[in-house]
Design a protein around this ligand. Structure first.
Ligand code: SF4
Ligand code: SF4
Length: 358
C-alpha cells in the first residue's frame, strides 16, 4: 500500500508567518499529532544554517510546528549535531551561539536549542542494525534516547548525495562525529592535472588537508575528512571522485544511519521537507545569496521518511522538467541510490500517494 505524503503550496514570498501557518495546517491535516505523546522528549531536528549563509530555512517558518508540539504537552527541543569540519557549528558552544543568532532559540520559538552529541560531538550511542554496509551506526546520544522526533529539512542539492532532505537530515544530521566520519569515508578525492592552482580548494578546505606545490594542488589523505567541499568549489573540474561508485556507497550508508536514528521510534516520527529556496549546495556552505535551482514549491510531510523524499524529488523534477542531477549540472549524480536502498532496508516506501492540502 502506498505511503501518504501531504503537500501544501508555499513560497518564500508568502513571508515567515504564513509559511509557519501553512506548516501547521499540514501538521493538522496529516494527523501528525498521533506521533507524539504527552511528556515525550521530542527532538526537533533543524539545520541552523552556517554563518554567512542566508538561504537556510528561517526559524520563524517552523513556529507553527513547535506550537503544535507544545500544545500536545511534549517536551520539544531544537537540536542539531556538530559538524566534522571547523566552522561555527563544530562544537556545542559555537553551535548554540550561532543557533541563537539565527533565531533557533527560546526567545524566538519558545523552546531551547540543545546541541546533541555533547560539547565535542562525541556523545553517541551505537545502534545495532542489519544494514548492508553497517551492522551498527553511531547516533548522537540524546537523539537516540528521546521518545519522538520531528525532522524539519530545508531541501537543497548536495555535491555528493545529490538530494539533501529528510534522509540526509536523519542519516548524516543525527550522526555523532564518528558516525559522520564513517559515512564520509566512502569518498576518496584526488586532484587531477587540470588543476590551475587557483587556490580556491586550499582556502576552503576545513581540514587543512590541501597543499599546493609549484604545479598544482594535492590532498593529504590522512587529513582529509571526505567533506567534498573542494569538489564543490573547484571551477575547473580538477577534483576527482568516483561518482557512481563512491556516491552510491555514501548514500546507502546515509540511509542506514537514518534507519539507526529511527530505531525505537517506529510511528514516533514526522518528517517535513520545506521545498523553498532550493539551492545547489546545502546550508553548511557559508556562501550568501546562493541562487535557487528551481522555483519555490511548498512543504511536503509524511510519517514515512522515504515517501517524503520521493514526493519531494518528484515535485522538484516535475516542476523543473529536469533531473536533480541536471539541475546540479552533474548528470552522474543520482539521489535514487539513497531512496532505493532506504526502501530495501525497510525504512519506508517509494510508492507514495501525494495529498494536496488547500
Ligand atoms: S580549486 Fe581546483 S583548480 Fe583551484 S587549486 Fe583547487 S583543484 Fe586546483
Ligand atoms: S574533501 Fe576536500 S575540502 Fe574536504 S577535507 Fe578532504 S580535501 Fe579538504
Amino acid at each position: 500500500m502506498a505511503s501518504k505524503a501531504y503537500f501544501i503550496k508555499a513560497s518564500i514570498k508568502d513571508g515567515e508567518k504564513v509559511i509557519s501557518e501553512k506548516a501547521r495546517k499540514l501538521f493538522r491535516a496529516g494527523g501528525f499529532a498521533s506521533c507524539f505523546q504527552e511528556n515525550d522528549f521530542t527532538a526537533v531536528k533543524v539545520h541552523v544554517g552556517e554563518k554567512g549563509n542566508n538561504t537556510y530555512l528561517a526559524a520563524p517558518c517552523i513556529k507553527g510546528l513547535v506550537d503544535e508540539l507544545l500544545a500536545l504537552k511534549t517536551k520539544p527541543f531544537l537540536t542539531d549535531t556538530s559538524t566534522l569540519y571547523t566552522g561555527h557549528r563544530h562544537n556545542a558552544i559555537d553551535h548554540t551561539i550561532l543557533a541563537t543568532e539565527h533565531g533557533f532559540c527560546l526567545d524566538t520559538l519558545g523552546i531551547p536549542f540543545i546541541a546533541t552529541g555533547g560539547l565535542f560531538g562525541t556523545s553517541e550511542t551505537a545502534v545495532q542494525i542489519n544494514g548492508e554496509l553497517n551492522k551498527e551506526v553511531f547516533v548522537a546520544y540524546d537523539i537516540a534516547r528521546c521518545q519522538s522526533i520531528l525532522s524539519v529539512a530545508h531541501v537543497t542539492g548536495h555535491v555528493a548525495t545529490c538530494l539533501g532532505a529528510t534522509l540526509k537530515t536523519l542519516g548524516m544530521g543525527c550522526a555523532s562525529r564518528k558516525g559522520k566520519m564513517k559515512q564520509h569515508a566512502a569518498l576518496t578525492l584526488s586532484i587531477g592535472d587540470d588543476c590551475t592552482r587557483c587556490g580556491e580548494c586550499y582556502e576552503n578546505c576545513p581540514a587543512d588537508a590541501i597543499w599546493l606545490d609549484d604545479v598544482k594542488a594535492h590532498i593529504d589523505q590522512d587529513k582529509c575528512i571526505g567533506c567534498a567541499e573542494c569538489l564543490a568549489v573547484c571551477r575547473f573540474e580538477a577534483v576527482k571522485l568516483h561518482w557512481g561508485q563512491e556516491c552510491e556507497v555514501l548514500q546507502k550508508s546515509m540511509a542506514e544511519y537514518a534507519l539507526g536514528t529511527l530505531k525505537g521510534k517506529e510511528n514516533k516520527g514526522a518528517f517535513f521537507n520545506y521545498v523553498l529556496s532550493v539551492t545547489k549546495h546545502c546550508d553548511c556552505f557559508n556562501t550568501p545569496n546562493m541562487p535557487k535551482i528551481v522555483d519555490d514549491i511548498g512543504i511536503v510531510a509524511s510519517t514515512d521518511p522515504v515517501a517524503v523524499d520521493r514526493a519531494t524529488l518528484d515535485l522538484v523534477e516535475n516542476r523543473s522538467g529536469k533531473t536533480l542531477g541536471q539541475l546540479l549540472k552533474n548528470k552522474k549524480l543520482d539521489p535514487r541510490y539513497q531512496l532505493e536502498h532506504a526502501e530495501r532496508i525497510g525504512l519506508g516506501s517509494n510508492d507514495c500517494q501525494l495529498i494536496e492540502v488547500g
